[in-house]
Design a protein around this ligand. Structure first.
Ligand code: NAG
Ligand code: NAG
Ligand code: NAG
Ligand code: NAG
Length: 471
């Protein structure tokens, strides 16, 4: 039965061929996520290496910046992108987390216990799940966590295309473009397509060599060529009427000030009263030995090294702010998450909190050595803002809005694909209403995941979604 169905549809696609261009079933979305490409960096990038981006903007929409969530680190923002939720509603609190109950660490997907289900427990549906369940093909290229099973669905991602921070190579998105757009073209009359691409060249170059390097110029140029090539492929395969391209980043990166590095050990009289610290540089979570939280909090709060600067100049924010977990500002939308230590240190942008002797996790130590730039600081700081631009049938040409939030992306993409999420996102379309083409508000979500097309589609998909029905 399954095979028969698959065969029928395949034959149709062969008969119809590629030239007659039958209408697409609905709009497609291609997202290119560029790690660590800040809006400020974009703004000061030489126009000679912004050719692809300018072509996109002439035909589409630009946001002055994309506001990340706090902390402006990778995992919190990747999951806010995927769910449309603040961190405290998805609980990927930081790139490094400690689970007190099970005594294990999460270490940026590099640690031995990072695949443990407890980190993902209760995770609201990520974009690829909601989209896959709506019978739309999902294709992931180095998109974090996309290959992980969620409820009753697995997006099949071949191993070489899975995100892995252990591999420091720059991923080669270029090699896949022709295959991707051929596939979109071929199948769009039967199924809508969502393609999630990630490029890590800019973040890699910044972290390793800093902003004043040839490496960063090469990476900026490569990213731009990528943006240009994607549009060329879309043109070549006549996809401009059916396919939207969104280019964005998760957060910016900024230089760590050499003269604003602070050792937490310099504030603590008895190091044995601290069990562990988790994260460093922009934020640090402190886990005191039971019964010592008040004492450690007081020592940190009154520590000379950051008081000196903070107290005398009231205009400037303190170098390091010390909070008990329950006193963290509500406006961070962070404190109700699990896996935040009893005491949290938050550094002023550019300043860094470091630990020399206290127990922490190994991956953290090796990762943070010799780092030129970092993120994690205040999500309103200009250097932490990301980029957003988009073109396609859903977007007006040559439009600009002041900003968009990372939590607005999930509602935006679902709206273009015309499907609904089980949860209500914290982000909304409000920010971007003015840049969407007329008529979008009239669309209603349809539920056409009929069994037949569902199964047929599953067989048909070559590199797309493998749907495992757990009945
Ligand atoms: C980048 O420039 C745009 C103007 O094109 C401006 O609206 C935006 O605020 C700038 N972004 C940052 C982070 O400076
Ligand atoms: C991983 O889990 C094992 C078994 O519970 C534990 O012994 C080890 O310390 C953990 N390591 C990390 C980095 O969480
Ligand atoms: C996040 O953590 C909080 C605090 O432990 C918990 O109440 C909440 O249910 C968690 N949310 C999710 C989505 O797991
Ligand atoms: C964010 O969305 C979640 C899920 O819809 C909701 O439970 C939570 O209250 C929202 N948070 C805020 C600050 O509105």
């Amino acid at each position: 039965m399954l095979r028969a169905l698959a065969f029928t549809v395949l034959s149709i696609s062969l008969v119809v061929g590629e030239n007659s261009s039958p209408p697409a079933k609905g709009q497609n979305v291609v997202i290119l996520l560029i790690d660590g490409y800040g809006a400020e960096l974009f703004n000061r990038t030489n126009s000679a290496i912004r050719v692809g981006a300018e072509a996109l903007l002439t035909n589409g929409v630009k946001a002055g910046y994309l506001r990340p969530v706090f902390p402006t680190l990778t995992y919190p923002n990747w999951f806010s992108l995927a769910t449309g939720l603040y961190v405290e509603s998805h609980n990927f609190t930081s790139d490094y987390m400690y689970d007190e109950e099970h005594n294990i660490y999460f270490e940026r997907d590099e640690g031995p216990n990072d695949t443990n289900h407890i980190w993902w427990e209760g995770l609201p549906d990520p974009l690829w799940y909601t989209v896959g369940k709506a019978n739309i093909d999902v294709h992931c290229y180095w998109f974090g966590s996309c290959h992980r099973p969620h409820r009753d669905l697995i997006v099949q991602v071949p191993k070489p295309r899975r995100h892995n921070f252990k591999n420091h190579d720059v991923v080669n998105v270029f090699n896949h473009l022709e295959g991707i757009f051929k596939h979109v073209k071929k199948y769009q009359q039967y199924k809508q397509q969502l393609v999630l691409l990630r490029y890590n060249g800019i973040a890699n170059a910044l972290r390793q060599f800093g902003e004043e390097s040839d490496a960063i110029n090469d990476a900026l140029s490569n990213a731009d060529v990528l943006i240009r090539d994607i549009q060329e492929k879309m043109t070549q395969h006549e996809l401009l009427d059916s396919t939207n391209l969104i280019v964005l980043s998760d957060h910016g990166l900024m230089e760590i000030y050499e003269d604003e590095k602070y050792y937490i050990e310099d504030c603590i009289s008895d190091l044995s009263l601290i069990q562990r610290v988790v994260n460093s540089l922009s934020i640090m979570m402190v886990y005191p030995v039971e019964g010592n939280t008040d004492r450690i909090f007081f020592e940190l709060k009154s520590c000379d090294q950051w008081l000196a600067l903070g107290d005398y100049d009231s205009e400037e924010s303190p170098v390091v702010q010390i909070y008990r977990k329950e006193e963290l500002p509500d406006t961070l939308y962070w404190k109700h998450s699990r896996n935040i230590g009893p005491i949290v240190l938050i550094a002023r942008p550019g300043a860094a909190i470091i630990s020399r002797d206290l127990p922490t996790n190994e991956v953290l130590e090796t990762h943070y050595r010799d780092l030129h730039v970092h993120s994690g600081w205040d999500n309103h700081n200009p250097e932490m803002q990301g980029i957003f631009m988009a073109r396609g049938p859903a977007f007006k040409p040559n439009e600009e809005i002041p900003s968009i939030s990372i939590i607005d992306i999930q509602p935006l993409v679902l709206n273009i694909l015309d499907i609904e999420s089980k949860h209500t996102a914290n982000g909304s379309l409000e920010n971007i209403q003015g840049v969407l083409t007329a008529g979008w508000e009239d669309r209603t979500a349809t539920d056409d995941a009929s069994t037949t097309s569902f199964l047929t589609a599953a067989c048909l998909t070559v590199v797309g979604t493998l749907v495992r029905h757990l009945m």
